[in-house]
Design a protein around this ligand. Structure first.
Ligand code: KIV
Length: 287
């Protein structure tokens, strides 16, 4: 799909107004970012899910700012059209506003990300969002199931399941918008709640496990491609089974190597016949 004009926060706003759904996915490396970009994905999120998917941790907590920066740099090299959003990892913004500004600034300055994302609507987060958006750093919010708070939430659970919780989610989304976010991710939220939030907000909502009424959808790319197989949340649809395809290809390669069938002549480099003769002659003479 060729879509040349680059996506900005205004493009996303326009898409919401036009009812054009926003397509978002995660990437942690250059070649994945390039593929997503060329496929017409609007937002590429360098999610802290990379802690689990790319680095093999059990939760998102362990990933550091430096690790996130390293991957974000690779992603921004691969994306020319999509808006690249970098997740602020656990404990990179929870201390105070100064810490948040310094870390968010690094993603824009060192990694060339276009925006940052943070989880929750605490009073500190609202202040951070106001300050960052005021200095021209777009911020994406994230409500519902927020993986950085997995222990506080008691596990991976749908949020906003009763009227009180749902009202709090709606109020939090409105607070985030007032503070200045350009978009809000809604994770593991009942469809009716994400519908109400999407209708009330003028900024776009991006759903993951939040039903079909959000202004856009996001998934972890490795989940949709069937590459990350440690577990499959109910809301994930696998559009491919790359784990099996990759394993089969690697087994074929191993067999070809063991059978001395790889590499063949076309995959190897030859020496000119004359040079070969000369080489052999001098080697024999030198004996
Ligand atoms: O880290 C991540 O990949 C995310 C998405 C699941 C929204 O936050």
């Amino acid at each position: 799909m060729i879509m040349s004009k680059s996506v900005s926060i205004l493009t996303l706003q326009k898409y919401k107004h036009e009812g054009r759904k926003i397509v978002a996915l995660t990437a942690y490396d250059y070649s994945t970012a390039k593929t997503l970009d060329q496929a017409g994905v609007d937002i590429i999120l360098v999610g802290d899910s990379l802690a689990m998917v790319a680095l093999g941790h059990k939760t998102t907590h362990a990933v550091t700012v430096d690790e996130m920066l390293h991957h974000t740099k690779a992603v921004t090299r691969g994306a020319t059209r999509a808006l690249v959003v970098a997740d602020l990892p656990f404990m990179s913004y929870q201390v105070d506003v100064t810490q948040a500004i310094i870390n968010a600034g690094r993603f824009i300055k060192e990694a060339q990300a276009h925006a940052v994302k943070l989880e929750g609507a605490t009073p500190l987060n609202l202040e951070i969002i106001e300050r960052l958006s005021g200095m021209g750093i777009p911020v994406m919010g994230h409500l519902g199931f927020t993986p950085q708070s997995i222990f506080g939430l008691g596990g991976t659970r749908v949020q906003g399941r009763n009227a009180d919780e749902a009202r709090k989610l709606i109020a939090d989304a409105e607070k985030l918008q007032k503070a200045g976010v350009f978009s809000v991710v809604l994770e593991m939220v009942p469809s009716v709640v994400s519908k109400i939030i999407s209708e009330r907000l003028h900024v776009p909502t991006i759903g993951i496990g939040a039903g079909n009424n959000c202004d856009g959808q996001i998934l972890v790319t490795d989940d949709l491609l069937g590459k990350y197989t440690d577990f499959q949340p109910r809301f994930v649809r696998r559009f491919a089974d790359l784990a099996t395809i990759c394993q089969e290809a690697i087994e074929e390669y191993a067999q070809a190597v063991m059978a001395s069938e790889f590499p063949n002549a076309q995959e190897s480099f030859a020496l000119d016949k004359e040079e070969e003769t000369e080489l052999m002659r001098t080697l024999v003479e030198a004996k």
